[in-house]
Design a protein around this ligand. Structure first.
Ligand code: C2E
Ligand code: CA
Ligand code: CA
Length: 784
């Protein structure tokens, strides 16, 4: 869920919650207050009701008392019945207009009717004699409510004193008026209550106001006598609170007033109030939500901007405006973001630079060059043009490194790189591909000759390093798009092949041609990996035993190097040794072979075995200064005597630089190292030439031995070589012995040593150990 929506929803929930709580509290308070109001209204109403009824009846009683003081009535009492009747009628009329009285009695003190007027003119006896006793107790005057003639009446009963000062009255004056709906309505208006006048004994309603729509039924009236003073009442569509109050009445006929306050009225007010509160609440909610929406937007808008910018940074885009005018934490965040973005951009640039530049010379590296090549290829494809790349390295750079040290080598590379950078025409791209290898992209073939010439001139100017002026020569291979490759890698490969050819053939420049590619391209680049193979332990040594035929003992093993490439598997040593010689890697290879072979030899000698190791040495090794010294030092390192090893050298290797080779061989021979001429018979050298060499042994090449039995020419060559060699005091080794017949023949011919698959194939160190155990009887032991 987006942040903005979450903030908004949070606000919504909080505000709605607060609102609901407020409404609940206010609502229940208002309802409680409503209930209280009903109750209060009843109490106030009762007070008003009581006061009013009391004062009304008091007035009525007062009116009766006034009549009792009238002379007219006093005299009339003693008149005849007829005159009394007239008099009473007159008084009643007066009272009727003033007090709505509609009956009047004059009773003697015992309650017998003396005269009567109004609605009761025909009565024979006073219907409520008991109230006279009550009146006597109440100081001869009483107001009371009684049922009369099936109606409810208010009666005022007062004593009639003759004379006025008499201690006790001689008659009773009773006046009455109907207490009807009129009465209840008036009080209902006054109190705003619904009023019922109820006679409990007869279970009937004497009078009722109709101010409020609430009617009682008979069952409820029956329940009234047992009810509390205050109790609830329910009707179909209303409910009310009722209050019972006693009206002054006789105990025979108890009369009550029932005051009712309907809930509906208050409820309506409460509902109106609630409706208003809810309306205000919702208005507040709406306003708050608009506020929340604005707030959440104001928070999330800059955040969203930051998110977009972060996504851009993720895509590697560092442009785009950041929100600036934001205050507070988000503002700080934005600032941090700005700083972070520029930091990342800067670091990105650095990384980019490192990724596409060579650390030492700061020239573009192989990756950068490949990119440039891709661009050049795109351009050339679109415009149907051609371009060329020159791939070159320094001749004998390894020598410089070895003799002057790596630092000097580095200095040489840097100053040459600087020179190139200064010279570089704008549209020409240059790169250092690694080691001493450089590449130049020439976008226009018409410039190619110029560029090549200038590169050679650049190299020819001496470079001064540690006060030595060095001149370097370049070996350069050139390939062209699209003829020699259509991808950056294939172009580089063909140019590299051309460069290898230049090196091999000691030429300055070779233009790539298809015919050059008789060595597979893959193989060539593979050869380039040889250097790494030496460092990464991809090489191993196999050992092939040599048999001393006359003694029938194994006295030597020849060390043969193996390269198992992690991707391409077994690589023929004849193939990679040749290239190792051309590229100078042979020196490292020989060092590795010698060290490994001597380690092994020292182990055998420790085990008491007199097993000499024959090590193949290349022509390049022999031309190296101090080679013999290095061999002797290494022997000393392993505490091995010179006799422990035989160095195998091909005759062509010796002939390549005969002076240097001779010097090295003499030195080695003088110090006791045995030397062997390998592959004898394949070169052009004659026995006469070999005479001047300080060698101890001739190895007849396997090409003569393999078909020794079948081929009479080979037989002649082998036979004469053995004889001639023996004459010169040399031992003869035959390699390529593949069967018993050959071995027998060689034995007959007095050949000294035999080597071949028939005796043993070249074996890994582990396999040789087992082989040695199996052939322990044929191993010479060291003499102590
Ligand atoms: P090489 O010095 O003439 O080594 C003898 C080669 O003849 C070996 O081949 C060996 O396996 C093979 N051979 C031995 N007996 C028989 C046999 O009965 N029948 C056949 N058909 N071949 C046999 P490998 O190991 O392939 O070596 C090839 C060449 O590579 C060697 O020729 C040598 O010139 C060169 N080489 C091998 N190891 C080294 C090394 O450590 N340093 C140098 N500089 N050259 C090496
Ligand atoms: Ca050999
Ligand atoms: Ca050989």
């Amino acid at each position: 869920m987006p942040l903005r929506l979450r903030i908004f929803l949070l606000f919504l929930i909080l505000i709605a919650g607060a609102l609901a709580f407020t409404l609940y509290v206010v609502g229940s308070n208002v309802r409680a207050a409503g209930e209280q109001r009903v109750y209060d209204a009843l109490n106030v109403g009762r007070k008003v009701f009581q006061d009013k009824t009391y004062s009304k009846i008091e007035n009525f009683v007062k009116a009766a008392k006034i009549i009792g003081k009238e002379d007219g009535l006093r005299t009339a009492v003693f008149d005849d019945e007829y005159s009394l009747q007239i008099s009473l009628g007159n008084f009643l009329r007066r009272l009727e207009s003033e007090h709505m009285a509609d009956l009047m009695w004059l009773l003697d003190i015992d309650g017998n009717i003396v005269g009567q007027a109004g609605v009761v003119s025909e009565e024979e006896s006073f219907p409520h004699p008991d109230i006279l006793d009550e009146a006597a107790n109440e100081d001869w005057s009483l107001g009371v409510v009684v049922p009369l003639k099936n109606k409810l009446y208010e009666l005022a009963v007062v004593g009639f004193f003759i004379p006025v000062s008499a201690p006790s009255p001689s008659f009773w004056i009773v006046i009455g008026r109907e207490l009807g709906n009129e009465f209840t309505r008036e009080l209902a208006d006054l109190t705003n209550l619904n009023i019922y006048i109820i006679g409990l004994d007869q279970q009937r309603i004497w009078a009722q106001s109709s101010a409020v729509d609430l009617s009682l039924n008979n069952i409820e009236i029956a329940q009234l006598s047992s009810s509390e003073v205050v109790f609830p009442l329910f009707s179909e569509n209303d409910s009310a609170l009722a209050l019972k109050t006693f009206l002054q009445s006789s105990s025979d006929h108890p009369i009550y007033a029932l005051l009712l306050k309907s809930h509906r009225e208050v409820q309506q007010q409460v509902e109106n109030l609630m409706r208003r509160i809810v309306f205000i609440g919702f208005a507040a909610l709406l306003i708050s939500l608009v506020g929340a929406a604005i707030l959440s937007r104001s928070i999330t808008k800059p955040l969203l901007q930051l998110v977009k910018i972060a996504q851009k940074i993720g895509r590697g885009e560092y442009s785009g405006d950041l929100p600036t005018k934001i205050k507070g934490e988000v503002g700080t965040l934005s600032q941090v973001f700005t700083d972070m973005r520029s930091d990342i951009a800067r670091r990105q640039q650095e990384i980019q630079h490192i990724a596409y530049h060579d650390m030492l010379t700061d020239l573009p590296n192989r990756n950068a060059f490949i990119q440039e090549l891709s661009k050049a290829i795109d351009y050339a494809c679109k415009n149907h043009t051609h371009f060329a790349i020159c791939f070159f390295d320094f001749d004998r750079f390894k020598d410089i490194n070895d003799t002057l040290g790596h630092q000097s080598g580095d200095l040489l590379l840097v100053s040459f790189a600087n020179r190139m950078e200064k010279w570089r025409p704008e549209n020409v791209k240059i790169a250092r591909l690694g080691g001493d290898e450089f590449a130049v992209l020439v976008p226009d073939l018409s410039l190619l000759d110029d560029v090549v010439e200038q590169l050679e001139e650049l190299a020819a100017q001496p470079i001064e390093i540690e006060s030595i002026a060095l001149e370097v020569r370049l070996s350069m291979g050139i390939s062209m798009f699209p003829d020699h490759g259509e991808t950056p890698n294939s172009l580089l490969q063909t140019a590299e092949i051309a460069m290898y050819i230049a090196k091999t053939e000691s030429r300055d420049i070779v233009y790539y041609e298809k015919q050059l590619d008789h060595h597979s391209t893959q193989r060539l680049t593979l050869i380039a990996e040889l250097r790494n193979a030496i460092e990464n332990d991809q090489l191993s040594l196999n050992y092939q035993p040599k048999l001393d035929i006359q003694q029938d003992k194994y006295t030597h093993v020849e060390c043969l190097v193996r390269w198992i490439h992690p991707r391409y598997g077994f690589i023929n040593p004849e193939e990679f040794i040749g290239y190792a010689e051309q590229t100078g890697a042979i020196r490292d290879l020989t060092r590795w072979v010698v060290n490994t072979a001597l380690t092994q030899c020292a182990q055998w000698r420790e085990q008491g075995k007199d097993l000499k190791v024959a090590i193949n040495i290349s022509a390049v090794d022999l031309t190296q200064d101090n080679f013999s010294d290095w061999v002797m030092e290494t022997l000393a390192e392993y505490k091995l005597p010179a006799e422990a090893i035989v160095l195998e050298v091909t005759e062509s290797a010796v002939m390549r630089d005969i002076d240097k080779a001779l010097a090295a061989l003499h030195s080695l021979s003088q110090q006791g190292v045995s030397l062997s001429i390998d592959d004898y018979g394949t070169g052009y050298s004659s026995m006469a030439q070999l005479k001047c060499l300080p060698v101890d042994e001739l190895k007849i090449d396997k090409s003569f031995v393999l078909s020794l039995i079948r081929d009479s020419d080979d037989y002649v060559i082998v036979k004469s070589t053995i004889e001639l060699g023996h004459n010169m005091g040399l031992k003869i080794v035959a390699e390529g012995v593949e069967n018993q017949q050959a071995l027998d023949l060689l034995s007959e011919l007095k050949c000294d040593l035999a080597q071949g698959f028939y005796l043993s194939r070249p074996l890994s160190k582990e396999k040789l150990d087992t082989w040695l155990l199996e052939n322990a009887a044929k191993i010479v032991l060291l003499k102590l």
